[in-house]
Design a protein around this ligand. Structure first.
Ligand SMILES: Nc1ncnc2c1ncn2[C@@H]1O[C@H](COP(=O)(O)OP(=O)(O)O)[C@@H](O)[C@H]1O
Ligand SMILES: [Mg+2]
Length: 390
């Protein structure tokens, strides 16, 4: 019942370790936005399980406490920016009207949102509940970049008039297609030019900065890209020790060393091993022996919940490609080396690689290099090819 550790996807950890710098930098962004000062939006990048979603949620809490209307958007394959933005713009506008009596300004924004939805295939059915006429002109041209810029402008002006700001937090931003990314960048560019109090925060895989740069060459200058990586020794120790201390439980040093080394500093793995070590411990001190007893259960849980789901539903070519990568060990590999490590039965390595990139399992740090997006995935692939039932 008292186990404080929280392995999961986007599950708030008991202690958010090692992210003070990112939080302090983002607070500056928020405060500058409220004052209409120049700033860059933060796009958090990292592998899976490093804590990007959790950090984005923390950004949201911070923004709320500063009075921002906060909108969290998780992108998924096949969702479209026009639809997503229509939904969040509408609810941000309603948030503004909740803080004060709904003025003409907010009614106008809602009308602009309605205009913005008109180019959707189902023609604005999203906003049927608004008994408003669409405002024609600012955001209904059908050109996505133009319309997003128009919509954000209206929204930003309304927020400024209310003396507050709006945070748009986009998770899994790397799945957005190029048109959507370009429109979002154009829209935020307009916001920055007009000094409006809209802040964008994003999170995604390490491919994201490259995708943004391809969509608009000036994107690199509009954003900062905090690298959300594994925790260092001290931070990992804090993530393990502080939650236990709050429950009157301590760790021995050898136990800490062992968990840090099993997890390689990755937040999700730290939570998983710590949770199982806690369950294995019989007293108020977690020892190395407890960690050793917990290791199998924790690894099995990781295989089940983190790794295997990503291997499922892959065809043989794609699995073969992953096995060839894994055989080369951790880190980044040259595509030619992977091709050479593939067995001769693999029909279409290039196609398999492209499919794996699309599914977010691997990414390409350079044109001719591949790497896993999931930490320690090479270990798992090797483990599971020895024990096919894993
Ligand atoms: N800074 C941190 N300190 C301790 N645990 C963390 C931290 N960040 C994330 N976690 C834990 O890691 C797990 C994965 O976090 P999540 O935000 O879902 O990762 P990502 O979005 O990068 O895949 C969660 O279970 C969370 O409790
Ligand atoms: Mg996430």
């Amino acid at each position: 019942v008292r186990n404080p550790y929280a392995p999961g996807a986007g599950t708030r950890p008991p202690v958010l370790a090692g992210r003070d710098q990112e939080l302090a930098a983002f607070e500056v962004v928020l405060r500058r936005a409220l004052q209409g000062r120049a700033r860059k939006s933060a796009i958090c990048v990292g592998l899976r399980g490093t804590g990007k979603t959790v950090l984005l949620a923390e950004f949201g809490r911070m923004a709320s406490s500063l009075g921002f209307a906060v909108q969290q958007i998780e992108l998924a394959d096949g969702t479209h920016l026009r639809r997503n933005l229509a939904v969040v713009a509408r609810s941000a506008a309603l948030d503004l009207s909740a803080t004060r009596r709904a003025g003409d300004r907010v009614r106008r924004v809602l009308g602009v949102v309605k205009g913005f939805t008109l180019p959707l295939p189902d023609g604005g059915s999203l906003s049927v509940d608004l008994d408003l006429d669409p405002v024609r002109g600012p955001a209904d041209s059908g050109d996505l970049a133009h319309d997003v810029a128009g919509l954000l402008r209206e929204l930003g002006e309304a927020a400024a008039e209310h003396g507050t700001g709006i945070l748009l937090a986009f998770d899994e931003l790397h799945v957005a297609d190029r048109t959507d990314l370009a429109a979002l960048i154009t829209g935020m560019h307009r916001v920055h030019q007009l000094d409006l109090p809209i802040v964008l925060a994003g999170a995604g895989l390490p491919s994201l900065p490259g995708l943004l740069g391809e969509a608009r060459t000036y994107a690199e200058r509009m954003f900062t890209f905090p690298d959300i990586g594994p925790l260092d020794r001290e931070e990992a120790t804090e993530a393990l020790v502080a939650p236990a201390r709050a429950e009157g439980v301590s760790w021995t040093n050898p136990a800490l060393t062992r968990v840090r080394s099993l997890a390689h500093g990755y937040p999700y793995f730290l939570q998983e091993f710590a949770k199982h070590a806690w369950d294995a411990a019989e007293h108020d001190v977690i020892t190395k022996a407890d960690v050793d007893r917990a290791e199998m259960a924790a690894t099995a849980e990781l295989d089940r919940s983190f790794f295997r789901v990503r291997m499922d539903r892959l065809d043989d070519d794609r699995r073969a490609y992953l096995r060839a990568m894994a055989a080369l060990g951790p880190g980044t590999h040259h595509v030619a080396d992977v091709a050479a490590a593939l067995d001769a039965t693999a029909a279409d390595p290039t196609g398999a690689r492209a499919a794996l990139v699309r599914r977010g399992l691997v990414w390409m740090p350079r044109e001719d290099e591949v790497a896993f997006t999931v930490p320690l995935f090479d270990d798992y692939v090797r483990r599971s090819s020895q024990h096919p039932d894993l």
